[in-house]
Design a binder for this molecule. Sequence first.
Ligand SMILES: *Cc1c(COP(=O)(O)O)cnc(C)c1O
Length: 719
Amino acid sequence: MADHKDGLADRFPHVPERLSGLVDLAYNLWWSWHPEARVLFKQINQQAWKKSLHNPVKMLRDIPPEYLDGVLANPAYLRRYDIIMNRFSRYMANHSGWFSEHYPKEKSQPIAYFSAEYGLHHSLPFYAGGLGFLAGDHLKECSDLGVPLVAVGFMYSEGYLHQHIRPDGWQDNITEVLDRDAAPITRVLNAAGNQMVIQVPFIEPRMYAAAWKVNVGKIPLFLLDTDIAENLPENRTISHRLYAEQTAQRLKQEIVLGIGGRKMLAELGIGFAAVHLNEGHPAFALLEGIRERVAAGMTFPDAMEQVKRTSVFTTHTPVPAGNDIFPRDLMNTYFSSYYGQMGIDAETFFGLGHHPCDEGTGFNMTAFALRLTQYHNAVSKKHGTVARAMWHCMWPGTSEQEVPIDHITNGVHLPTWLNPRMETLYSDYFRCVDPLWHEDHDNPEIWQMIEEIPDKKLWEMHLWLKQKLFNRIRERKRIKWGSQLNEPGNLVAEGLMLNPSVLTIGFARRFSSYKRADLIFHDRTRLKRILTNPWRPVQIIFAGKAHPADNEGKEILQRIYEFAQQPEFGGRIGFVEDYGEQMAQYLVHGVDVWMNNPVPPMEACGTSGMKASLNGVLNLSILDGWWIEGYQGKNGWAFEGDPSQETRDASDSTALYNLLEKEVMPLYYSASMDGIPHGWVKMMKESIKSTSAAFSARRMVKEYVTRYYPTLVAGAQDR
Ligand SMILES: *Cc1c(COP(=O)(O)O)cnc(C)c1O
């Protein structure tokens, strides 16, 4: 495969040879989870770094050469540069590590990981929410552990949505097209030196996609881009945005991702032992696996059996709308020449996507993925129970408990989500017992050392991060002030009056109605009393996007925005626009409390609360998803959801108010003579100690590997 530098050297002629490693570094997201590497870019010029929105490719492209000449003459910079470039090369060349120690035989056989979204960094807008960050964290952790993996996804040129809140609180979607040449992606070139274009096999009308690549440490992520001249005009838009609203467009996306994605790997000459499907969207990759085998001479039943033995499927949602179902007519539009290639007729084909308890609706992607994979898992213990009940009718002969859907609880990539300053503080106390604790951060014992951090130090670090969050919110507001007309009400609604010395609750997530962003407004009088309490005031920061087609979500958002402007709430509510990876970092590092109150059991897992906890932010959450496993009585607050649909908003909000008034507020405002709320800090320590190892992506990836990987590889060998 051609190296990306082939096309790139010409584009960075102003980067001196002595610093040419910066280009390699900029094109590998490794820099994003190594703060020392990030500093290397920042030190070239702080303003340019800020202007690039922390995107080193853009920065290197746009920077005036004299800045580079400046650091070239700076021995301190060059010293750091050499050390970090060395570390980077050693990291990339190191193929030992946890994985090869434990699985020497499986070493050379990668897993092909398919996902419709990846949350890696804000310069790559290829995510909508939690599913994407889960995938992104999975890749980073596989890189760190040396797990051989190759990933497939989309190059969404318009991303998910770029949220702009109108003065009346309605969410607008601003279209922003990704500048492909300023993003950390490179064209995959063919032998002739042109960008590789694949045709999605046996699909009519024909579809084509160009190939791009992102380097995620050692893991290559290959992306499909349909916006090319080879495609019919209506097919050029397939990869424009995440999760197209129209069913036909959605189906085309999933065809390109699953079938086209697999074709792309074949054309790249990348062999793999097994397939891991992150949610049902890419499940057509299994079809293509069968077709490839049938084309090579296998019978359909044998091909199906082998695809099954070498595939794992992770289901992520108990929300019925999260499962795609495609009408038969629509499927026939594209697949009529395809299933013949697998040696089967229409009935057998549609039988693959048949859901026995939902007859006649069409091809069910989740039912299909469950049927065609040997291993399937939910993403938390509770979600396992829910998924087994939900899909019981696929296994009519078994009891619900025996439905073969297991669970592996999600986790978050520690180097990505633990603030670097906080990390340094932890490290000061962990190092004395284990200098290599980073390698062992999924070991809960290490985290007991949190106890040795003096309360004052942990508290001051937290306040520093809180201050950074407030500075950030004001700075964003200030920038908008210069570019748009603002009513005073909008300034208040967007958080200008928020005060860093006040107990601060964060609520940031997608605005789906089951997440109940407005639950806390259920009894407005009581909420007002809480927020405007003269001795123990509280403020809430909201952030999140509603799906472009979800008017209900947009209405909830608008209502919150209106509340935020009402004087009765005392300027104690702020809505922060355009929630994304960067804002998420500030929020999960800097608020005091992370609130979550979905309708159980709709939250399959949830990961933002894990990110918060890792940084000492306390969870206040309904018992659903991961928090059922995470909460142990002393590390935050929990309440049971009311199962009755009629009364649940009333009783769940009452539970929230009670906890706030009786526990959260008194504990926060209980500083002793030294100005430190020791009770609060004790709970912060308890939270960090009890969740960091268990909810790390390291623990999660090790579980995927140990439970599925060797059998998958064996399944592939035994043909
Ligand atoms: C972690 C994260 C999510 C997922 O959070 P949930 O708790 O699952 O809602 C969504 N968006 C962003 C930007 C994140 O960083």
